[in-house]
Design a protein around this ligand. Structure first.
Ligand code: TRP
Length: 455
């Protein structure tokens, strides 16, 4: 189609469509599906939230995903460079800049939760989940793990270093290879877990919670969370998919690749829900428990599986890996920015990013009971929750709003469609990206901000 800019040669690219799909799905699938989706759905009353989430994924997430991928592939650039390439002397590159900053902000709390997962992995190795453990005991264990500052900070650091090692190895060798092997294994394991959970006594109550629609439980906050979760889960709104799109070979069909990513991501989130909620109701745990939900509920079912402890090892191992393919994409955005825009090499980039992220991760670590100041940070919320809302909801929504305006109106839906390989739904996509996405995201943001000040 059109000649790529000359510097692409050294930037690296994914080897195949399957490699891209797995890597992009690897970015999308992570703690967002298994940890964040169930607990946010639980906090917001279940089914109505889930339905709204699905509407946002299809009507908004998928169009924005295609917009980001097109912009990335057309510009062959990091988020800042992508805007700069088409409109250098405007304010648009700052949208990319906000994205890079947001990636850094998300990475800083994400590695803390990933560290919890590593901690559970370690405990699985020492046989903690060998025998039956009640929900109450499991809750006590969780609290003791996350309130231990030394362990959580150290494990967040370990996770950051692991991420940096893969990112340093580059796009094809590191990211693609890791995703290709591990994501399918994870999927199979989740299916087994869902099977176990769904056959527990009282499981149907969990299914009813997840899919029954009681809109009376949905608040303005809940709508904001559903939007934020749709964007977060698909890795949208900060340019991760612009960056991954820049590595997608020109000959690959972009809409198909994007749709596959959205499909797998959503399937895994729902699978996460089908694991957590049946188990939760059968154990009598409250659904609105918050960020600890998954960590508290899951250990209660491992022992009832054959080779339960082995299963726990595999599960936390793979959850950590799923988290790793996500942190890789977050760090990759920041690295791509330094490499493309500042002329740094990958090595120098990660050497700067790792310590900086760790500094911001420490207060998040300490916010889980380790230190009162961070535990009750703003309006009763801890530092980790505050960061999650600020970067993981608000900033992603602002980013998605600006990206859809940019692609739909400034760069132009027509230009974007050039990248979409004769997309048969191009007309629908244009309407969604030019009208539906900006209006819906704008409305949710306004309602949310008004609500903040209204109370
Ligand atoms: N989508 C990932 C998850 O669900 C997290 C993630 C990776 C992300 N890259 C992102 C979120 C970019 C927002 C933006 O776990």
């Amino acid at each position: 189609m059109h000649a790529p800019p000359s510097k692409t040669q050294s930037r690296g690219a994914f080897g195949s469509r399957l490699g891209f799909i797995l890597a992009a799905a690897g970015s999308a699938i992570g703690l967002g599906n298994i940890w964040r989706f169930p607990y946010t759905a639980g906090e917001n009353g279940g089914g109505a939230f889930v339905l709204l989430y699905l509407v946002f994924v299809i009507g908004l997430g998928l169009p924005v995903l295609l917009a980001e991928l097109s912009l990335g592939r057309a510009s062959k650039s990091n988020p800042v460079g992508a805007f700069k390439r088409f409109f250098p002397k405007t304010l648009w590159p700052y949208v990319g800049g906000l994205g890079v900053l947001t990636g850094f902000g998300i990475l800083a709390f994400y590695v803390v939760v990933a560290g919890w997962s590593l901690s559970y992995l370690g405990r699985a190795f020492t046989g903690t989940f060998d025998g039956a453990i009640t929900a109450e005991e499991s809750g006590v264990l969780f609290t003791s793990i996350i309130s231990n500052p030394t362990e959580t900070v150290a494990l967040a650091g370990v996770f950051l270093v692991l991420t940096a090692v893969v990112v340093r190895a580059g796009v094809g060798g590191g990211i693609e290879l890791a995703s290709k092997i591990l994501m399918p294994v994870f999927f199979v394991l989740l299916l087994v877990l869902a099977g176990r959970s769904l056959t527990l006594p009282g499981a149907d109550e969990g299914v009813a919670f997840l899919f029954g629609t009681d809109f009376s439980k949905l608040t303005g906050q809940g709508v904001m969370s559903a939007l934020g979760q749709a964007l977060f889960s698909l890795s949208l709104g900060m340019g991760a998919m612009i960056t991954y799109g820049s590595y997608l070979p020109d000959k690959e069909n972009l809409p198909i690749a994007g749709a596959a990513v959205a499909f797998f991501d959503t399937a895994i989130a729902l699978l996460g829900g089908l694991i957590i909620f049946p188990a939760l109701f059968s154990q009598g745990v409250a659904p609105d428990e918050g960020p600890g939900l998954v960590f508290v509920v899951l250990p209660t079912i491992f022992h009832s599986l054959p080779m339960g402890n082995l299963f726990a090892i595999a599960f936390y191992g793979l959850l950590s890996i799923a988290a790793l393919t996500s942190t890789i994409s977050l760090m990759e955005v920041v690295v791509a920015y330094f490499v493309d825009e500042r002329g740094w090499n990958r090595n120098k980039s990660v050497l700067v990013i790792v310590p900086a992220t760790l500094m911001l991760a420490v207060p998040s670590s300490l916010s889980q009971g380790g230190m009162d100041f961070f535990t009750d940070f703003i309006g009763g919320k801890g530092f980790l929750d505050t960061q999650d809302i600020l970067f993981g909801n608000i900033s992603l929504s602002v980013g998605a709003l600006l990206i859809s305006i940019f692609v739909g109106w400034k760069w132009g839906a027509k230009e974007a469609l050039q990248e979409m390989d004769n997309f048969s739904l191009g007309g629908v996509w244009s309407i969604l990206i030019r009208f539906a996405a900006p209006i819906a995201v704008g409305a949710v943001l306004v309602t949310f901000v008004v609500g903040l000040f209204g109370e």
